[in-house]
Design a protein around this ligand. Structure first.
Ligand SMILES: *Cc1c(COP(=O)(O)O)cnc(C)c1O
Length: 394
C-alpha cells in the first residue's frame, strides 16, 4: 500500500466542474485584480472567523508582513514569538527590520509557553520596553494559550498578531470559573493571519492569504498597504507593497470554504482513529507521543473543534529511523520542523546561536507528521500504525 502525506486529487476531482466554471467566469469577466470575487471571499472569511473585517493578501507570509507594517513595527523594535514554527513567522519580523525574541514552547501542544512569555515581557519592561508586538503561532491547527496571552497583551499593552496560517476555524476556550466562551483563531489579536497555501486546511490553487481584524482603521491601513500604500490611487502617504489576493484564488477559495467544516470533521475523525489504533497497539504515550486533543481543562465542555489537525504530529525519540522505515514501506511523513529558528543559518549573525530553547529543540528532534488529510482511508491508517508497531517490534 502507498500512502502520501497529502493527496489533493480527491478534493479537486469532487469540485472540478464547479472550480472550472468559477475560474472561467473570472477569466471572462476580465476583472483580474481584486474585484467582486475577492470582496465576497473577504466577507465570507470575516463571518467564518467571527471578525468584523478581512483583507485578502498574496500569501500567509505577506499577511504577517503587512500586519507588522500596519503596526509601524521596524528597526529597534522587538517581537515576541516562538522558536518552533515555519520560517515565515520570523522572516516577516526580520524583513521589517525588527528582531525576534523567542519564548520556548510547551512540551505538549508545542505552542509558545505563555509563562515564558510572561517572564520575557516582565524583563523587557524593566529594560525600557522594546517589545512592540506578540506573535503567537497556532501550530498544527491548535490554538496557543490565548487566554493567558491576551491577558499579558492587555497588561503590557502590546498588540497581538496571530499567526493562524495553520489554524483557520480552530476554536480557543476562554475559561472563567464554570463559564467557557470560545473564540475563533485569528479573531483575538489586532490581526489574525491566514495562509491559503495548498497544504493548509483551506488551500487555493496557488498562493493566497488573509488578515482578519476587529479594528476598522487597522483594516483600512491594511487595504492601503497591500496596494503600495495608495489612498487614493497614486497618492502614497505610506510605503506599502503589492500584497493583493488574486481573484482566481478567491473564486476557488469561495467554493472550498463551504466544504471546510466537513474537511475539518474528517480530519478529526482520522485523528480519533489514529488514537484508537495507537492505544490498541500498545504504543500510545510510550513510545509514541500523541498530540493533545485538548490541552487545557475546559469544564463541562465536550466541544471538539479545538483542533483542526492541519497536521497530526507524533513524537518519537527515534524519529529519523522511523521516518526512513515508513518510507521503505511506501508511507510518506514529514518533519515540521527539523531546525528551530534560532538555529537557522541566516540568523547566525543575529547572535541567537548561543541561545538554547531546550523544549523546542527536543520537539525538533522528535516530531513526525503523519498523513491526516480528509480523504485518508481507515485501512491506510491501519497500515501506518501496523507499520509503526512493526518498527518498534524490531
Ligand atoms: C504556511 C505558513 C505561513 C506562510 O504562509 P504562506 O501562504 O506559505 O506564505 C506562515 N506561518 C505558518 C505557521 C505557516 O504554517
Amino acid at each position: 500500500m502507498n500512502v502520501s502525506l497529502l493527496d489533493l486529487k480527491p478534493q479537486m476531482s469532487a469540485l472540478r466542474e464547479e472550480v472550472i466554471r468559477a475560474v472561467t467566469g473570472v477569466i471572462e469577466s476580465t476583472q483580474y485584480i481584486l474585484g467582486p470575487e475577492v470582496d465576497r471571499f473577504e466577507e465570507a472569511v470575516a463571518a467564518y472567523c467571527g471578525a468584523p473585517y478581512a483583507v485578502g493578501v498574496s500569501s500567509g507570509t505577506d499577511a504577517l508582513l503587512v500586519s507588522l507594517m500596519a503596526l509601524g513595527i521596524g528597526p529597534g523594535d522587538l517581537v515576541l514569538t516562538t522558536p518552533y514554527t515555519f520560517f515565515a513567522t520570523v522572516g516577516s519580523i526580520l524583513r521589517v527590520g525588527a528582531l525576534p525574541v523567542f519564548a520556548d514552547i510547551e512540551p505538549d501542544g508545542m505552542n509558545i509557553d505563555s509563562e515564558r512569555m510572561a517572564d520575557l515581557l516582565a524583563g523587557d519592561r524593566r529594560h525600557g520596553g522594546r517589545l512592540k508586538a506578540i506573535m503567537p503561532v497556532h501550530l498544527f491547527g491548535q490554538c496557543a494559550d490565548m487566554q493567558r496571552i491576551m491577558e499579558l497583551a492587555g497588561e503590557y499593552e502590546v498588540p497581538v498578531i496571530e499567526d493562524a496560517a495553520q489554524a483557520i476555524g480552530s476554536d480557543c476556550p476562554f475559561v472563567d470559573g464554570d463559564h467557557v466562551s470560545w473564540k475563533r483563531a485569528g479573531s483575538m489579536g489586532i490581526a489574525g493571519c491566514f495562509s491559503f497555501f495548498p497544504s493548509k486546511n483551506l488551500g487555493g490553487i496557488g498562493d493566497g492569504g488573509m488578515v482578519v481584524t476587529g479594528d476598522r482603521e487597522f483594516a483600512e491601513r491594511l487595504r492601503s498597504l497591500r496596494n503600495h500604500g495608495a489612498q487614493p490611487k497614486y497618492h502614497h502617504a505610506r510605503i506599502g507593497g503589492n500584497f493583493r489576493l488574486d481573484p482566481i484564488q478567491a473564486c476557488v477559495l469561495n467554493i472550498k470554504l463551504s466544504h471546510l467544516e466537513e474537511w475539518h470533521e474528517a480530519r478529526r475523525r482520522n485523528s480519533d482513529l489514529y488514537r484508537r489504533l495507537f492505544v490498541a497497539a500498545g504504543l500510545a504515550g510510550d513510545p509514541v507521543g500523541l498530540p493533545p486533543a485538548l490541552y487545557k481543562d475546559v469544564p463541562g465542555s465536550a466541544i471538539n473543534n479545538y483542533h483542526i489537525y492541519n497536521q497530526f504530529v507524533i513524537r518519537v525519540p527515534e524519529r529519523d529511523r522511523l521516518r526512513d522505515f515508513l518510507k521503505e514501506n511506501n508511507i510518506d511523513s514529514e518533519v515540521y520542523y527539523p531546525l528551530c529558528l534560532h538555529q537557522q543559518e541566516c540568523l547566525r549573525t543575529y547572535g541567537f546561536a548561543g541561545l538554547s530553547y531546550p523544549v523546542a529543540e527536543q520537539a525538533a528532534s522528535e516530531a513526525l507528521a503523519l498523513p491526516i488529510y480528509p480523504e485518508l482511508r481507515p485501512e491506510q491508517q491501519e497500515y501506518i500504525v501496523a507499520t509503526i508497531a512493526g518498527f518498534f517490534k524490531g
